[in-house]
Design a protein around this ligand. Structure first.
Ligand SMILES: *Cc1c(COP(=O)(O)O)cnc(C)c1O
Length: 401
């Protein structure tokens, strides 16, 4: 059931294995929706050409946006479901807006010095862009020794009066692990200034509520002032949707919200883009509001998480490999070299079987050698999973007995 229309034309697909899987399915490193179920494909067909800004033409679109925001408010424990929030083009746009709000708030009390933003290293490139575009000093805190995540105390120590905020990542792209937002929040209590936290939950925003409902990472923590997530990752919509929610009006200055009267209703909105397709929002509304919606998410995600754990179990039998994520809170398996060269050889065997798989040193800690991630996405057809597991078994046991 692949409907993105791509077929295996990649030259790296090995001939003898007759790989006929969609290229988006074979790309194991990608987080974005690879398989669009029939209902969602129909929504895309119907609404692909509808512009999300034409509110008066299609009044059901702002209603859909509002309903999604209400659902996300519940999932992320936001007290005031009517507080500022927006549907945007992706987590990158959401990050720009979150960062701008932090910057504007900081400027209200301090405008002469150079602002900085503190992140754990390995934070998504969108934060480097934010800092470069708006002239903010980026302080990326690296991980100690052979740790993968930066220590919350070290992150807190890096904050000063010119810190506009700290970005906690709930689902680092390179390994899928979550920052410990509760500990970070606690560590920041001992600083004099009130440093706010933005949570970049591009992928975890749609998995943590289902796979780790007891984990404190969201608006339950008072210091968390905004959260962003991508609809087109584990939100399961097609490309072009992100979400940004603020705790309250206080954290999203009103003067950044502008309406365009020529469109019809002039309702204030916030964004760095304007015209976009309304289809992903309609898909998100369907996915979050259909009967049993949340149970479906939970089921799909725990199934992905179990499959991820199975992959980690197989790969983990190789003593030359160190598993850093076995997919319990985000269905991502990540592992690194214990012995140099192991991960690269493993990935090459996978590539030889047609899988597209990136290898890289972790930005968070290059001392861990080459690493790899496999993102287990919902909707993978069973035959694709069978192929994947078989390839993982062959690549892991190759040359060993
Ligand atoms: C994917 C990702 C982003 C960027 O998201 P887009 O929706 O692709 O713009 C930002 N942060 C993290 C942690 C991500 O994984």
């Amino acid at each position: 059931m692949t409907s993105l229309g791509y077929h295996a034309t990649s030259p790296i697909a090995a001939d003898h294995l007759d790989i006929d899987l969609d290229v988006a399915v074979r790309n194991l490193g990608s987080y974005t929706t690879a398989v669009l179920p029939e209902e969602l494909a129909r929504i895309l067909d119907h609404l692909g050409g509808h512009n999300i800004v034409n509110n008066s033409e299609y009044p059901f679109i702002p209603e859909m946006v509002a309903r999604c925001i209400e659902r996300l408010s519940l999932l992320w424990h936001r007290q005031d479901p009517k507080a500022p929030a927006a549907a945007v083009s992706g987590s990158t746009e959401a990050a720009m807006l979150a960062g701008l709000c932090l910057l504007h708030r900081w400027k209200q009390r301090n405008s002469t010095q150079r602002p900085n933003l503190v992140v754990g290293s390995g934070a998504h490139i969108c934060w480097k862009r934010f800092c470069a575009y708006w002239d903010v000093d980026l302080r990326a805190i690296s991980s100690a020794d052979n740790q993968v995540l930066a220590d919350p105390d070290r992150i807190a120590k890096a904050c000063n009066d010119n810190t506009i905020g700290v970005v906690a990542t709930v689902g680092y792209s390179e390994h899928g692990l979550f920052d410990d937002v509760a500990s970070l929040s606690e560590a920041l209590r001992f600083k004099t200034q009130l440093t706010p936290i933005h949570v970049d939950a591009a992928s975890g925003g749609f998995t943590a509520p289902f796979l780790a409902s007891n984990l404190d990472w969201d608006f339950r923590l008072e210091r968390v002032v905004s959260i962003s997530a991508s609809g087109h990752k584990f939100g399961q919509t097609s490309l072009g949707l992100g979400w940004i929610l603020w705790r309250s009006e206080e954290f999203s200055p009103e003067y950044l919200w502008r309406g365009a009267d020529y469109i019809g209703d002039g309702k204030p909105d916030i964004g760095l883009t304007f015209s976009r397709s309304a289809a992903p929002v309609a898909q998100q509304d369907y996915l979050l509001s259909r009967p049993g919606a949340l149970a479906r998410y939970r089921l799909d995600l725990s199934d992905c998480s179990h499959f991820a754990a199975a992959i980690a179990d197989v790969v983990g039998t190789d003593p030359a490999i160190r598993i850093v994520n076995s997919g319990s809170t985000l269905p991502v398996v990540a592992f690194c070299d214990r012995e140099p060269g192991t991960v690269e050889r493993w990935a090459n065997r996978m590539r030889h079987e047609g899988w597209i798989i990136p290898t890289y040193p972790l930005e968070a800690n290059p001392r861990l050698g080459q690493c790899v991630r496999i993102v287990v996405k919902p909707g993978l057809p069973p035959h694709a999973r069978d192929r994947l597991l078989a390839s993982v078994l062959r690549s892991t046991y190759h040359g060993r007995h």
